[in-house]
Design a protein around this ligand. Structure first.
Ligand code: GAP
Length: 567
């Protein structure tokens, strides 16, 4: 359950907050923290070294680059390089094939990114699509308040500061958290506090080190989230921060003109809801049926992190599956199974997937059931996709705000109602990252003489692999071999992404393809030319990436052979 659902959860949590405060109970924010903490131990099983290697391979092999790296990088944005773009495209194509082309009950759409403000008012995003954020009072670093882990220690508090032999003084409360188990003591606290008060010195000639602190007191803290774990400094009170990117439309738009305001969509789902009637009428579908979309979404995340996992610009693959109210719960369970099967088909094993049945109180108020499908990333167990039963909330809200009925007439039952919806909402970039993390392997090989060597190999399922086959003439100098290899390349190109490589020893070329995740290397050699007799003439060697075994296939049969293995 990410921001889309979180947005409405925020509105709900504000209402419940008031009740809870009145009753002296725990607030939803606290409950959310409790929930996250409960899973912290198992979620924190991480392998930063593996992640570092993956990030470095992504850059080295042209999978993923930091956006605007040339100018210092654009935080939270990523560019896919040649291999990354192919991988992502294979994923999207397969998702579209399974969910749109091979299903008669699902239609595809491709909506605009720029979104009318009324759409997002109705959906609740303008009012409540926010995260609690706070700022480190010393460094000004911005943090997600609900992501600060509870800490223990001694709080050193001050009421202000003055400067010896000057008129300068400041009255302002400030605190620092000191962790004695990390060998910190009062000197650390005082140094940080002096740096903090030093920001208010007008005379830049004065050194903050000489500041006198006023009103020092100490208190023990258990499980506090009011301090930045990285610096020990107090943070500001949490404030709600809307995550949407706002823009102005039209050449003559003025900043104050509300009619010129548009938003970059924070989820693809809303384009689907507002087109429900259009698709229903033009496709002549009957319930249950779905509308699917792949496209960009934008969220001004406070803390983009974990490589592409939490980005500010990302792609979603969403289905809104409309149904009769009585079918909602059953279809949610069915969609969960279908989605798990999909991940297995693309090479993410079931045992690495975790299902979180989001408990009552954690879900958006309109959701009767939500499953999060999570994957064991090297940085912990994290969400790939949410499967949510959103009831009739969205169509109901758009009907209410637009004044146009968003209902459906069931001809058999002769009744009219607002359809309910089940939403499998997957992150495309997160799935690409999971595919890379899952595929990454380092293998130690021992040759016949016992000599050890190692290779890095991306073991993608062939359906997902960016390059399906590398075409290699064994000898660059052999005109016949290069000619045949190029002919093979040309014949395969209309059907799949292949790569021609003639430079260097063939063993080294294999390794390069292993690192790119190419499942098959097709080598044109002397046997292809008929030098060992007619039996092997016009055949090629196919070397398998994972087993490194080789077999011979006739050139005439190569296309069908590869299509069968890579579809
Ligand atoms: N329409 C429902 C919706 O948007 P969500 O849980 O907020 O729900 C769905 O998002 C999926 O989109 C998530 O499971 C995740 O895979 C992906 N996603 C959400 N925020 C993301 C971000 N900042 N960066 C990358 N992927 C993100």
């Amino acid at each position: 359950m990410e921001g889309g659902i979180r947005a409405l959860f925020v509105i709900w949590s504000r209402v419940v907050s008031c009740f809870c405060l009145m009753l002296g109970q725990i607030t939803p924010l606290h409950r959310e923290l409790f929930y996250k903490n409960r899973n912290m131990t198992e979620r924190n099983i991480t392998d930063p070294q593996r992640m570092e290697k993956i990030v470095s391979l992504c850059k080295r092999r042209g999978y993923i680059f930091q956006s605007a790296e040339l100018y210092g990088g654009l935080n939270g944005c990523w560019d896919y390089g040649p291999l990354g773009a192919e991988l992502k495209k294979n994923l999207k194509d397969y998702w579209w094939r399974k969910n749109v082309r091979e299903r008669e009950d699902i239609e595809g759409v491709d909506g605009s990114i720029l979104t009318h403000r009324e759409v997002l008012t109705a959906s609740g995003h303008i009012g409540g699509f926010s995260d609690p954020m706070c700022d480190d009072l010393l460094t000004k670093a911005r943090l997600r308040a609900d992501q600060i882990e509870p800490q223990d220690g001694i709080i050193y508090s001050y009421t202000g500061a003055s400067y010896p032999d000057t008129e300068w003084s400041v009255e302002r409360a400030y605190s620092v958290l000191i962790k004695p188990e990390e060998n910190q003591n009062e000197n650390n606290a005082r140094k940080i506090a002096k740096q903090y008060y030093g920001q208010f010195l007008k005379d830049k000639e004065l050194s903050f080190k000489k500041i006198s602190l006023v009103g020092e007191s100490t208190a023990e803290a258990k499980g506090t989230t009011r301090f930045n774990p990285a610096t020990g400094s107090l943070v500001t009170e949490p404030r709600e921060f809307n995550l949407m990117f706002k823009t102005q439309m039209g050449a003559s738009s003025s900043e104050d003109d509300p009619n010129a305001v548009a938003y970059l969509r924070p989820e693809t789902a809303q384009t689907i809801f507002v087109n429900f009637k259009n698709v229903l009428e033009t496709s002549r579908q009957k319930l249950p049926f779905g509308i699917a979309q792949i496209g960009k979404a934008f969220r001004n995340e406070i803390n983009p992190r974990n490589f592409t996992f939490r980005s500010r610009e990302f792609e979603q693959m969403e289905i809104e599956y409309f149904c009769a109210p009585e079918d909602g719960m059953r279809l949610t369970d069915e969609w969960l199974e279908l989605r798990l099967k999909f991940y297995e088909e693309i090479g993410i094993p079931r045992e690495k997937l975790h299902i979180l049945d989001v408990p009552d109180g954690e879900r958006a108020f309109y959701s009767k059931k939500t499953y999060d499908i999570e994957y064991e990333f090297p940085f912990g167990i994290q969400e790939l996709e949410g499967v949510a039963y959103r009831t009739d909330y969205d169509l109901g809200k758009h009907g209410e705000h637009s004044g146009k009925a968003m209902d459906y007439f069931d001809e058999e039952k002769r009744e009219r109602f607002v359809p309910h919806v089940v939403e499998p909402s997957a992150g495309c970039d997160r799935t690409v990252l999971a595919l890379i993390c899952e595929a990454y392997d380092e293998e130690v090989l021992t040759d016949d003489k016992g000599k050890e060597d190692s290779r890095t190999v991306l073991r993608f399922d062939p359906k997902m692999a960016p390059i399906k086959a590398a075409i290699l003439p064994l000898l660059k100098k052999s005109d016949d071999q290069t000619r045949i290899a190029k002919e093979i390349q040309k014949s395969l190109q209309p059907f799949m992404n292949v790569f021609y490589d003639e430079s260097g020893a063939v063993g080294r070329r294999y390794r390069r393809q292993d690192e790119a995740g190419t499942p098959f290397c097709v080598t044109v050699d002397f046997d292809t030319l008929g030098e060992s007799g007619d039996e092997l003439k016009n055949t090629v060697t196919i070397r398998h990436r994972d087993s490194m075994e080789q077999e011979r296939v006739a050139i005439d049969e190569l296309l069908v052979w590869l299509l069968k293995k890579t579809r």
